[in-house]
Design a protein around this ligand. Structure first.
Ligand SMILES: Cc1ncc(COP(=O)(O)O)c(C=O)c1O
Length: 371
């Protein structure tokens, strides 16, 4: 029998049921997917128009290794040079790459407790020590504890801003102060997968500036969320040329497919669409805040396209509400341990269905308690 590396055996199983499997199992149709933070407002119509125009995609020729239009568009969007950008097959592909490029055997990484799991997982796969720092009571990042946890083996610190699943954020001043305190021999990875949904005045909107003055910073972005292109699989990193060159040496140069490149180029240039979509997403977020408050639910105001309900004090269990919504309302939401539930902000109709479902569940629970 082939021996599997112990680091892999120790990882939690990724065997999540597909939507098809769930639909069959519970005899339901057309699940409203509020469990993966995809953009439920869709994507720019220009994406499909472009793909139709490009219908002779010449699949027998490899994709462009340096897709100039897309690189130029990203560089304009963030005001950086093309040399500062690495495009990949989703930002997950870059997350997978980071430990391989930067970690030696004894190197350690620092992550926070309640955040995107792949940062820690990829370092576990390479066999490196992962130090986990708890969030503060209010679920904000404990930046002081992160700095205090640095030791002579620390090589990478990961932060996610806004954080996922909590939707909390590190503001401009906190982030810029923190950046100055991180020693220059430690790579600071800032995962900004959801940053374009942020609307707080003090959110750090221009972190791409930081890569011009600090060559130990790597910022992760994706087209999966704000631009609604999850199905295409495309993301990118911004960093100093020095770090980008090291990453590119390791990455498969032809991994990003032609459709993804076309779609991303169309999406990032359709400013009208994404500005309108952002306004709708913010207004729906406000709608959900109001409805959750009326239902006395405990939630965190979010800078992403998802909201975190804190359910650990509730009398009911997370899985009870999840299953109720799935079976009766075809809504799929995400469990976050026993602490809470994360749900993606949908369009107005979807959010109304969600609220009806939660109301029905809470009514049922209160009747149960009266009996
Ligand atoms: C914080 C965060 N980073 C990265 C990713 C991965 O994004 P991509 O679809 O570009 O691989 C996700 C996906 O959910 C995410 O939540």
């Amino acid at each position: 029998m082939i021996k599997i590396k112990k680091e892999i055996i120790n990882l939690t199983d990724h065997n999540i049921p597909s939507m098809n499997e769930l639909e069959k199992k519970h005899n339901i149709k057309r699940i409203i997917k509020m469990n993966y933070n995809e953009n439920l407002f869709g994507c720019s119509p220009k994406v499909n128009e472009w793909i139709k125009v490009k219908n002779d995609i010449k699949g027998f020729i490899y994709p462009d290794m340096k897709p100039k239009k897309l690189l130029d568009s990203i560089s304009k969007y963030w005001n950086v040079n093309n040399d500062n950008i690495m495009i990949a097959n989703g930002s997950d592909a870059i997350i997978d790459l980071i430990p391989r490029v930067f970690l030696d055997e004894k190197d350690e990484v620092i992550v926070t407790d309640l955040t995107y799991g792949r940062h820690a997982n990829t370092a576990k796969i390479t066999g490196n020590k992962v130090n986990i720092i708890k969030q503060l009571e209010d679920y904000n990042y404990d930046l002081n504890s992160i700095l205090n946890a640095i030791n002579s083996n620390t090589k990478i610190i990961y932060i996610t801003n806004p954080n996922m699943p909590t939707g909390t954020y590190i503001n401009q001043k906190e982030l810029y102060d923190f950046v100055e305190k991180v020693p220059k021999n430690i790579l600071l990875v800032i995962d900004e997968a959801y940053c374009e949904f942020a609307n707080a005045n003090d959110f750090p909107y221009k972190t791409s500036e930081l890569i011009k003055t600090h060559d130990n910073i790597l910022i992760l972005h994706t087209f999966s969320k704000f631009f609604g292109l999850s199905g295409f699989r495309i993301g990118y990193a911004l960093s100093s040329k020095y770090l980008i060159d090291a990453m590119k040496k390791t990455y498969q140069p032809l991994s990003t497919n032609k459709y993804a490149i076309y779609a991303a180029t169309a999406a990032i240039n359709d400013r009208q669409w994404y500005s309108d979509m952002k306004a709708k997403a913010i207004s729906e977020k406000e709608y959900l805040y109001n409805e959750f408050a009326k239902l006395n639910l405990n939630f965190i105001k979010s800078q992403g396209n998802y909201i975190f309900l804190i359910t650990k004090e509730e009398k009911w269990e997370n899985h009870e509400l999840r299953m109720f919504l799935l079976v009766n309302y075809s809504i799929c939401i995400r469990n976050v341990r026993t602490i809470g539930l994360r749900l993606t902000i949908g369009n107005h109709k979807q959010n109304q269905i969600l609220i009806s479902g939660i109301k029905a569940f809470l009514n049922k629970e209160s009747e149960k308690n009266v009996k």
